[in-house]
Design a protein around this ligand. Sequence first.
Ligand SMILES: [Zn+2]
Length: 114
Amino acid sequence: MHELSVTRSVLEIALAHAQRVGANRIQRINLVVGDLSGIVGESVQFYFDFVSRGTPAEGAELSFRHIPAQFRCHSCGAVYEPEGSDWSCPLCGEMEPEPVGGRELLVESIEVEK
Ligand SMILES: [Zn+2]
């Protein structure tokens, strides 16, 4: 239930922000999701509808901006964005690159109603 705990922390961040700015209602939460995060937008929205019930974030819409995976090659040091499911290094063919980007799940901004 990785997504449920992720969704809870998104809700906590959003509620803390709403409280700080004195908002009564959260309308939209803009998220940045890395392609390697394993997060599926639809299921986060599903969980969010559930965990936000009775809070100022109830009914808020989640919007997802995807950022691509990025790898660094152990052998030649190249940093690249893989194409499709081929993650090998385009320069030297190394098969086990190190992921350096694309695991993020961040709250980018929140739209509220006062
Ligand atoms: Zn390489």
